[in-house]
Write a protein that binds this ligand. Structure first.
Ligand code: ARG
Length: 263
């Protein structure tokens, strides 16, 4: 899905290698900083962002992110839950490192996926998990349905996750974060055509690329002003110039999420 051709893949790998070599040489003042993930960010902790959850399999292997919005409710992406059951999934809070054993592990008693979800390119990429064990961490606030102005183009948004640190790369053992500007709907539509569903999606990323979520970050938060405003959903490759990341436009689904949170 959303693959690159071989030449572009090779170019991405070459660019990453060159950047890493430049850093190793402690280089010239004009040298650009090497891309660091998510793609292009810095390490952080679940102490700094206590509502960021690992979504894992039954063996606690992380495959998606999620956001704690009440002690027993986690918002994630519907596409993360395809093929999953309440017995196949766990939610892990308070664990900064993928190879950690600390924090709180909860089973899931209910998986609600948007009933219209079919594929990320059709929107509706939202799910709410109900936890069997309460998480002793401060939940995030999330946008209300009326707060549509939060996505104004150029607004700084924060992304978080354990996903790949470069396209076709590998996961980050430590939680990472970066900031990216929101992108106008018209600009995103010109990148993605009919794959960009304005009502259900919002784009964020630098025009020049280099900073983005990537595989394994899905389901995790896009925060605007510290409030959950999007869910990592999809994109063409990762951190490519002209192809910002696509996030679930949470204002559209806020009322549905609240119904689940209160259920
Ligand atoms: N679909 C990916 C996942 O399941 C997230 C990809 C985000 N891509 C991007 N270019 N922002 O983890």
């Amino acid at each position: 899905m959303f693959g690159l051709n071989a030449a572009k893949k090779a170019a991405a790998v070459a660019a990453a290698t060159a950047a890493a070599a430049t850093t190793a040489l402690l280089a010239a003042p004009t040298a650009a900083a090497a891309p660091q993930p998510i793609v292009g960010g810095t390490t952080t902790t679940t102490s700094a962002y206590p509502f960021v959850m690992q979504i894992t399999d039954a063996s606690q292997n992380q495959f998606c992110g999620g956001t704690l919005v009440s002690p027993t409710k986690v918002v994630t992406a519907a596409h993360c839950m395809v093929g999953e059951t309440t017995s196949s999934v766990r939610v892990v809070g308070g664990r900064t490192y993928l190879n950690g054993t600390n924090g709180t592990v909860s089973r899931v008693s209910k998986i609600w996926m948007h009933p219209s979800y079919t594929d990320v390119s059709n929107g509706d990429d939202v799910a709410v998990l109900t936890l069997s064990t309460s998480m002793p961490y401060t939940p995030a606030k999330y946008v209300s349905s009326s707060q549509t102005s939060v996505y104004a183009a150029g607004t700084t948004a924060r992304i978080l996750g354990w996903g790949d640190t470069s396209e076709n790369g590998s996961a980050s053992n430590q939680l990472r974060t970066a900031t990216v500007p929101t992108v106008s709907d018209s600009s995103c539509a010109s990148s993605y055509g009919s794959g960009f569903v304005r009502s259900d999606m919002v784009c964020a990323g630098k025009t020049s690329g280099g900073v983005d979520t990537c595989q394994g970050d899905s389901g995790g938060p896009l925060l605007i002003g510290g409030v959950l405003a999007g869910i990592t959903s999809w994109g063409e490759g990762c951190a490519q110039a002209g192809y910002p990341g696509i996030y679930t436009r949470l204002t559209t689904f806020s009322s549905l999420v609240t119904t689940q949170v209160n259920s």
